[in-house]
Design a protein around this ligand. Structure first.
Ligand code: UD1
Length: 427
């Protein structure tokens, strides 16, 4: 199994290109199932999750063709074509690998009138149920049955009528599934307390580009008037705000200066505000934003929340950075119940962190020391890479497959700004 080796202590300086957003890609890809035309997606990040998703779509009858990647370019273009839906079953071995596979449920149901998707099962960062996905589809007229670890959804007369649903909890995935299903319904769907994440806006914009009718884009009240059919189009995935935020933390933790080329600062103001509050200089410019550390880091108080709040997907990376702040920081995780799995590993590197339930107090320390570490989820793994970048000596981050799910060419991007980092294969 591969591992990432980092020799810490280098000040990072230079430019990092920001890739297409993983979480946007994972909801734009299943839109291929909504049309019998070809859908071309550009700026797709080269990530294990994107590959897994395209294999899942292949199994459902969509062909996928990737254009060659030119040297020096990061994103790639993929043309997906689901002329027919060959199978309406998303099997356990695919869904197990990637929770986001549940996002084929809405589009398959809308297009084929039925869909059978394996229940995702346990997840490292908490329970993560899919009840809201199912309740929203039911409100739109779907009949749902759970049996033998699968959820089977049927549109009684072949197409969903559409309907209104108010989410009791803001859910990104459930909002996405509902939006995709609603786009081909026979009537109107209204979603209340919908998620407002920029990735949801990206999905709405794609649906509109495909001929869909969506109103209230960017708000928590989305109105979708179903259409007879959607057509293909050519659409670029938005930049990854979590990748940009992660590399901003790399500038902060190493006392460096990184220009995040292609980042869209207006999609990530909770992150940029937190970066500024910890003392970093954040400059927006027309090609992205530059983050520079020119003084010691200040401690912070952060509580995760749905967009436009501070994203749970940035909590672990900020925690790594705040380990070096001068004073005590307070973090509260309100979205997932088990999202501090990086804490014991950071402690092994010399961090001083107390966790009580969903709260964590980070006591700033003068430095960290390298160690062999591993984490059980993507963002937690990134927090260990960040800690390794400033730790004294060598850090070895195991279970690199987590990082490969969400950070395109991590070692290459960090080496280019001066990090000593390499991937080693254990044969
Ligand atoms: C998405 C992101 C993930 C991010 C999360 C929160 C993708 C592929 N993943 O995950 O990176 O951390 O949003 O921003 O886009 N919930 C229920 N029932 C449901 C669905 C969710 O109770 O049916 C709860 C969850 O347990 C959680 C909260 O709602 O406590 C938010 O989860 P949700 O927004 O659905 O996260 P995902 O879409 O899975």
């Amino acid at each position: 199994m591969d591992s990432i080796h980092i020799v810490g202590g280098k000040r990072l300086e230079g430019a990092i290109p920001i890739s297409g957003a993983k979480n946007a890609a994972l909801t734009l890809l299943p839109c291929a199932l909504l049309t019998e035309d070809a859908l071309t997606l550009g700026n797709l990040p080269r990530l294990a999750d994107v590959d897994n998703f395209s294999h899942l779509l292949n199994g459902l009858g969509a062909s996928t063709k990737v254009e060659g990647v030119r040297k020096g370019e990061f994103g790639r273009r993929m043309t997906l074509h689901a002329r027919d839906i060959a199978s309406t079953v998303a099997p356990y071995d695919m869904v197990r690998k990637m929770r986001a596979s549940i996002l084929v449920l809405g589009p398959m149901l809308a297009r084929a009138g039925e869909a059978t998707v394996s229940l995702p099962g346990g997840c490292a960062i908490g329970d993560r149920p899919i009840d809201l996905h199912l309740r929203a589809l039911e409100a739109m007229g779907a009949e749902i049955e759970l049996a033998a670890g699968y959820v089977k959804a049927v549109a009684p007369r072949g197409r969903l009528p559409g309907g209104d649903y108010s989410f009791p909890v803001v859910s990104v995935g459930a909002t996405e599934n509902a939006l995709m299903a609603a786009s081909l319904a026979t009537g109107r769907t209204q979603l209340f307390n919908a998620a407002r994440e920029p990735e949801i806006v990206d999905l709405c914009n794609l649906l509109v580009a495909m001929g869909g009718k969506v109103d209230g884009i960017g708000s928590s009240h989305l109105i979708v008037d179903g259409v007879e059919g959607l057509h293909g189009c050519d659409y670029d995935v938005m930049p990854d705000r979590i990748e940009a935020g992660s590399y901003a933390c790399a500038a902060g933790i190493t006392g460096g200066s990184i220009d995040l080329i292609g980042a869209r600062p207006h999609d990530m103001l909770a992150i940029t505000n937190a970066l500024a509050a910890t003392g970093l200089v954040v400059e927006f410019h027309d090609r992205g934003m530059k983050v520079t550390a020119d003084k010691p880091l200040r401690p912070l108080s952060i509580s995760t929340a749905p967009y436009p709040g501070f994203p749970t997907d940035m909590q672990a990376q900020f925690m790594a950075m705040l380990c070096l702040a001068q004073g005590e920081s307070f973090l509260e995780e309100t979205i997932f119940e088990n999202r501090y799995m990086h804490v014991p590993e950071l402690r092994r590197m010399g961090a001083s962190i107390d966790v009580r339930g969903r709260s964590a107090i980070v006591h700033g320390v003068a430095g960290l020391t390298g160690a062999q570490v591993m984490a059980t989820d993507l963002r937690a793994s990134m927090s260990l890479v960040l800690a390794g970048l400033m730790a004294e000596g060598e850090t070895e981050v195991l279970r690199v497959y987590h990082l490969d799910r969400g950070y395109e060419r991590l070692e290459e991007k960090l080496s280019a700004v001066g990090a000593t980092i390499e991937r080693r294969s254990a044969g």
